[in-house]
Design a binder for this molecule. Sequence first.
Ligand code: ZN
Length: 413
Amino acid sequence: MPEGPLYEPDIQTLPREQLLAVQEERLRDSVARAFEIPFWRRKMESAGLGPDDVKTREDLLRVPRTNKDELRASQAEHPPFGDYMRREEAVRVGTTTGTTGTPSLILWTKRDLETEHRAAARMYWRQGVRPGLLVAHSHPLGAYGGGAMMSSSLEAFGCTVLAVGSPATDEHAEQIVKLFDLVRPDMYIMFDAALLRLWEAAERLGLDPQKDLKMRMRAPHPSMQGGTASAGAECFAYMGGACAKFNGAHLCEDLAVVECVDPISGHPVPEGQRGHLVVTTLERDNMMLRYDLEDLVTLDSSLCECGETSARLTWQGRAKDVTRVGNLSLLPIDVWWVLEDFPTLKMPTIEFVIVRSKSDDMLHVRVEGEGVSQDEIKQRLTEKLGIPAKVEVLPRGALGRSGFKPVRVVDEP
Ligand SMILES: [Zn+2]
């Protein structure tokens, strides 16, 4: 077991220049192997690229991006797995969540899993997870790949894992809480939405979630979106995690090339600006080359005080959640930062939704809470974001509860 705050200090503190040299060496290997897979071979050849033409990060910009629709199309044309993954040597099949459409299938070889487990171990170690602890997680189970990946990565790390699945209903949440009461996990890993649902279920059962179950409600805060970096179950689930400085998620740059690009040109945007997350995986049999997740992120490669040398990523939101008001392109996190000004709204979490209006050019926000007037919130939103706003304050619980990721943007019917 390592001593100190890092799981793999040799690679995590490698001088940046050397880290990028390791990355480019592995990139050459991934690109050469991609030519053995029909989908990627076509992609490269369509840009006039041969197996030796991508040697550096700069060269990589010549590779066309790939998005989720292309993967779906490949699976439709070459059922069931498509022609961008190899069936040979695969040891696991899973699906994507399907939150953005029909779920796609994912295959992992032993090496693919080992790469994920290695990245996950760095993240768990930073978060204070240690081998031997009994850890409960509530990632969705079933065919969805994310739950199985969380279980296997924690097992590979050496934890005792209790996987309960996502609480689907209040009754289900209560069953899970009863199990927690019996087993008494040392730690819980779950999304805020799941934690909230289980927390409320524990209270209904007369339990004190904190004292009786050792559950901890970390007050969710917009800065937490920088806590972890993921490129999805289909690409690289455990791409990075934040250090104690909590200034973005340190990326595993020895295991992936991560870009933040202009959605139109595909070229990198200046650091600190929002752009599309584009990921090329390394050290995997089923690789992705310049996979565009259509997520908006920011990157920072300045040296972090913690001593880790990798760049840090902050997830800003999904491109499909962009709300345009006037000349502004807003994401839920922009509204969240403003709502943080009102302490009575966060008991225990700020629950809000942006309603994309078809009838006027204003920001519409529905928020749960009390002790604050619609006008106060409206004024603050207008003052801080510089756009007209409409606000509805609703009773707690009115927006519904998701056991997974909360819905923050809906379209006006
Ligand atoms: Zn750091």
